[in-house]
Design a protein around this ligand. Structure first.
Ligand code: IMO
Ligand code: MG
Length: 424
């Protein structure tokens, strides 16, 4: 058996450009799978002059003949998923039913999961996570708390009863949190969406992927970023799933030995949305410039993203956690105009310098130590071959590769499919 599951992961706090890269790589993979997360993701793709943002739909959808798997590690919101499918079909003519299959073991986001997300965030006050409010945390809580509803349950005669039981539990919780809402406000819409969800093919993901691997490789598309991983990220300011490579095994039902390449995506700088520590965050004009030049506003929520210099300490941690074999650098073109490019190469904590990622990175505790590089001060945007890249830029690339101990095999210099350099 030589075919493997190759993986694309974000190495920072999300929004690294996973959608674009999956779209570029999808030409080589007939099968793309999402293994965790849900509609909190917003993956942007751009080709033939058009922009698309997908949330629950895997980014392989635009390729003819592709099979796109929603794996069991995903949490699926039937209402927003069908809205997304309808919008995509209207714009492109693509029938998502022909290209998407859904794991029976994927958990379902109820309208009340979204209400609970809002209620918990409201109750948390200053300690709020800055959640996308898509019901992700409450749905995964019900999964591990063994209360959840799964896609396969919709085929059972007892589905309505199971729904009512969970809905009643949520109603109690919402009342306990003193959240003013009608827990049944979307019940009718929910059941309509459940009815339509059955137009899709449901699969047993573990068997399905095993079958696919007999004849071709699979590309697993991560959502969120490594630093939002529920175990290894900046807990509790994280999402509720394993965004690192281990999540692929549990999220699709594949054995560790069947994981192939691990593509790790990072921006040449760094962003974060929502709350939580971000040691290299910039609060000055440079931060504003990065936001403006990089169009750093959330694809899902429209929130302005926090911006800062690249954090190589956190990045090396992420590379190690997932065994990244190939690095992909995004958006270096956004640094074209800067005189100096900075990279955080260690942290100063209570007078001690370290380049190992520490347990406690609460806000204000860490002073980043930077290594500076001269800016290349020329536009990279239209460069399409490695040989044409400026020396100063390649010096920065080499430094990052050496620090991270992995090769940068793809350099992306703009949102379009075409603005991609694959290195020899
Ligand atoms: P993509 O796939 C960036 C962040 C939220 C919040 C925290 C928890 O586009 O990279 P949640 O809704 O999961 O309860 O939010 O995680 N977050 C993301 N940040 N990109 C994402 O997805 C994100 N998905 C969640 O802002 O801080
Ligand atoms: Mg996003």
């Amino acid at each position: 058996m030589t075919n493997k599951v190759d993986v694309v992961l974000g190495l920072q706090w999300g929004d690294e450009g996973k959608g674009k890269i999956v779209d570029v790589l999808a030409g080589r993979y007939g099968v793309v799978a999402r293994f965790q997360g849900g509609p909190n993701a917003g993956h942007s793709l751009q080709f033939e002059g058009q922009n698309f943002v997908v949330r629950s739909i895997p980014s392989g959808i635009f390729r003819e003949g592709s099979v796109n798997i929603i794996g069991n590690g995903v949490v699926l919101d039937p209402i927003s998923f069908l809205d997304e499918c309808d919008a995509l079909q209207k714009r492109t003519g693509i029938d998502p039913r022909e290209r998407i299959v859904i794991s029976r073991k994927a958990h379902i986001i109820l309208p009340t999961h979204r209400l609970l997300d809002a209620a918990r965030e409201a109750a948390a006050g200053k300690g709020k996570i800055g959640s996308t409010l898509r019901g992700i945390g409450p749905c995964y809580s019900d999964k591990t708390g063994r209360n959840g509803l799964r896609v396969g349950d919709t085929e059972l005669p007892s589905f309505k009863e199971k729904f009512q039981k969970l809905s009643a539990l949520h109603t109690d919780l919402l009342a306990h949190l003193g959240f003013d809402c009608d827990p049944h406000y979307q019940d009718a819409e929910f059941f309509e969406a459940i009815g339509r969800l059955k137009e899709f093919k449901f699969i047993d993901c573990e068997f399905f992927v095993d079958g696919v691997l007999k004849s071709q490789p699979v590309l697993a598309e991560g959502a969120q970023g490594s630093m939002l991983d529920v175990d290894y990220g900046t807990y509790p300011f994280v999402t509720s799933s394993n965004t690192t490579a281990g999540g692929v095994c549990t999220g699709l039902g594949v054995a560790p030995g069947r994981i192939g390449k691990v593509y790790g995506i990072f921006k040449a700088y760094c962003t974060r949305v929502g709350s939580g520590p971000f040691p290299t965050e910039l609060f000055d004009k440079t931060g504003e410039d990065l936001r403006r030049i990089g169009h750093e506003f959330g694809a899902v929520t429209g929130r302005p993203r926090r911006c800062g210099w690249i954090d190589l300490v956190a990045l090396r941690y992420a590379v190690t956690l997932s065994g990244v074999t190939d690095l992909i650098m995004m958006k270096a073109d956004c640094l074209d105009t800067f005189d100096t490019i900075r990279a955080c190469t260690s942290y100063l904590i209570d007078g001690q310098e370290t380049s190992d990622y520490p347990y406690d990175i609460s806000d204000g505790r860490i002073t980043p130590v930077y290594t500076d590089f001269p800016g290349w001060k020329t536009s990279l945007a239209d460069i399409r071959s490695e040989d044409a890249l400026p020396k100063a830029f390649m010096g920065y690339v080499k430094f990052v590769e050496d620090y991270l101990g992995a090769r940068i095999s793809i350099i992306s210099l703009g949102p379009d499919r075409e603005a991609t350099i694959e290195r020899k």
